[in-house]
Design a protein around this ligand. Structure first.
Ligand code: ZN
Length: 657
């Protein structure tokens, strides 16, 4: 472990807070030290109050901030004397503690201070750094962990037995620190939790953290427990899209809400799930309390979701009477699946949640493997893990998250998604919380968005193989398919029937009709497994009810597609799949309508561009977004009882009306 501190950069930090921000970010950049909002840092400084008096303030990381991206405003200023007095109380329930923290800040708009604020306050050093470093947790979670920690660190750290984070931990630390501190003390190890370092400058505290964590790394290396051989057993099973979709459906049913499930078949995951001893080493518990809420107590081995839920309910019930009061919070669905064929699957209420679970577990697999090599992995007892999992502060945080988005945990696929109406559909679905796969012939689709809930795939819809592959990749990326938006289509230049070539006719039919038929057929088994029922939205055309001259191939293809949708609505209703169509007209904010084309068309009709755009009954402009919002709503609750419908979105057309 090496320091990445740049002496010029830290010299440029002029205030205590700037220094605090700088080294906090250094810690945050190293994912083996802190993950996803884990870890926290602080600085003690003096500040003038409204009366012109100096007050000692603890600036401690606010909740909701990630160390990697923290700014000055992410540190909550809390009056230090008050925190020190709180530490002397014999007991204080955690919600009351949080109330004390919040009501003793000096900036009303600051974030809620970290629940470890009192712990920072009682450490008599200007700068305090706290991480859940993988290497340290690996050692503390090994057989004889405490003895190993004492061997590694001697009198340079104070060692604290495991206590659940919150007021009780701060109190135990206050007492133990006073008893164990000596002239050599530069840090504090919390068994099964993490490590603190401190110093008079941000640099000193940071470098001590690096040094202390480095000692655990060296110890693991000396004991041949550092380099793990990730021997993949065989190759990952292919074409398991429907297996994944079935598994995701089972998990969603047990959770009582749809979940996104992401498959990980990298060498580490496959090797870990393929270990002979996986049933032992993966069935003990998370490495640090910080991970419990995300990953839950244990991963599921294999695919028997009902058995997992049964065991989880027993674990929950075993911790009564607390469990009784909290029955409404019971969620017996796994967040991780370890399966020899599938690899590691991470589960979340959103793609982002599932990505966080996966990242945490990637570290857990390393920690568990190394601890096993060192002599055996030992997680906390189930009781302690339960206390964190159903900790009132964490539950309050979950509640504060509010009502989930309309399509949270659901997966949509949009064709022709790189631009125009297709891209607008991607946006409308993402905005409603869905994970979205966008496919397009245009390779730009692959870099349309860089976010965990979007996957862009280059795909020629005229190829059956490419469509099948897109569905497989959708299942691998998000666990299945709930919504299908058929938007891709071509509109060739105007041409009368007597001059229309057979090739052009066939090309239009292939893209606008055949490709949609193939995709619907191949998507059907996935849509059938959608936890809340499958939905298909067809982007039709005004030309279906009101064709125009010169667009024979286009109008015929869209009309045939419309008829296909009506038959599908009849056939698939029993599978709880709804199919609805919308018929847009004159949507001009798409790629094909350049300023020049618009101007020339408007001129052709003797209209201004504006009048041409609004040439409909309502005299209104119809945008891609208008179409996309209707498409998204057709997948939502408003249309829950509607299938086989056709809705125009054209500002009113006298030929359609
Ligand atoms: Zn911690």
């Amino acid at each position: 472990m090496k320091s990445i501190l740049d002496s010029r950069e830290i010299a440029a930090c002029t205030s205590d807070i700037e220094q605090r921000v700088y080294t906090s970010r250094l810690l945050g950049r190293d994912k083996t030290l802190v993950l996803h909002g884990g870890g926290n840092t602080s600085v003690k400084a003096s500040q003038k109050n409204a009366f012109g008096e100096d007050e000692d303030i603890l600036f401690v990381k606010g909740s909701g901030w990630d160390l990697e991206k923290i700014e000055g405003g992410g540190f909550s200023p809390v009056r230090l004397d008050h925190l020190k007095r709180l530490a002397k109380l014999t007991s204080l329930p955690d919600p009351a503690m949080v109330n004390e923290l919040v009501t003793h800040m000096t900036r009303a708009s600051a974030p809620v201070p970290s629940v470890e604020a009192i712990l920072h306050a009682i450490l008599p050093y200007k700068y305090v750094d706290h991480t859940h470093a993988d290497a340290v947790v690996t050692v503390t979670n090994s057989v004889n962990g405490e003895a190993r920690i004492r061997e590694i660190y001697g009198d340079s750290v104070v060692v604290i037995p495991y206590v659940m984070p919150g007021f009780d931990l701060a109190r135990v630390c206050a007492v133990e620190f006073g008893r164990q501190v000596g002239p050599q003390t530069i840090g504090m190890v919390l068994l099964n939790h993490g490590i603190f370092s401190f110093g008079e400058t941000a640099k000193e505290s940071y470098e001590r953290m690096i040094e202390l964590v480095g000692r655990s790394e060296e110890y693991l290396k000396r004991n041949k427990a550092w380099d793990i051989e990730w021997n993949t057993v065989g190759t990952p099973a292919e074409n398991v899209g429907l297996d994944l979709a079935r598994l995701r459906k089972d998990i969603s049913v047990v959770a009582d809400f749809p979940v996104v499930m992401v498959r990980h078949k990298d060498a580490h995951s496959l090797s870990f799930v393929g270990r002979d001893d996986v049933a032992t080493i993966a069935q003990q518990g998370p490495a640090t309390p910080d991970h419990v809420i995300r990953t839950k107590r244990l991963p599921m081995l294999g695919r028997d979701v009902a058995a997992y839920a049964e065991a989880y309910r027993a674990y929950f019930a075993a911790h009564e009477p607390m469990a009784k009061e909290r029955k409404t919070m019971l969620d017996p669905a796994p967040r991780l699946v370890l399966d020899p064929e599938l690899g590691m699957c991470s589960v979340g209420r959103s793609a982002k949640d599932a990505a966080i679970v996966a990242e945490i577990y990637a570290h857990t697999m390393e920690i568990v493997s190394r601890a096993t090599a060192l002599g055996g992995y030992r997680a906390l007892p189930a009781r302690d893990i339960f206390d964190v999992e159903y900790w009132d502060l964490e539950q309050a945080k979950l509640k504060k998250g509010g009502k989930p988005a309309a399509f949270a945990g659901e997966v949509a696929l949009v064709t022709g998604a790189a631009s125009g109406i297709g891209k607008a559909c991607v946006d409308s679905l993402l905005a409603r919380g869905a994970a979205v796969v966008g496919i397009d012939l245009n390779p730009a689709i692959t870099s349309l968005y860089d976010r965990p809930d979007f996957l862009g795939l280059e795909c020629d819809v005229a190829s059956d193989e490419q469509l099948k592959s897109a569905l497989m990749r959708t299942a691998e990326a998000f666990g299945g398919l709930d919504m299908l938006v058929l938007n891709a289509g071509i509109f060739p230049g105007g041409c009368r029937i007597d001059a229309l070539g057979t090739d052009e006719w066939r090309k239009v039919m292939q893209v606008n009709l055949d490709a949609n038929f193939v995709l619907m057929r191949e998507a059907h088994p996935f849509l059938k497994l959608a936890p809340r029922g499958g939905r298909v939205v067809i982007i039709g055309s005004k030309n279906v009810p009101a064709p125009g001259p010169g667009a024979a191939a286009y109008s015929a293809s869209k009309a045939a597609l419309n008829q296909l949708a009506r038959v599908a609505a009849l056939e698939w209703g029993g599978d709880n799949i709804r199919i609805n169509s919308l018929h847009p007209n004159a949507v001009f904010d798409t790629g094909i309508w350049t300023e020049e084309v618009l101007a020339s068309r408007a001129k052709h009709y003797g209209l201004t561009v504006d009048a041409y755009k609004k040439n409909n009954v309502l005299k209104t402009e119809v945008t891609s977004r208008d179409v996309a919002e209707l498409a998204a709503e057709m997948c939502g609750a408003l249309f829950a009882k509607t299938t086989g419908a056709q809705v125009p979105v054209d500002g009113g057309n006298d030929r359609v009306i």
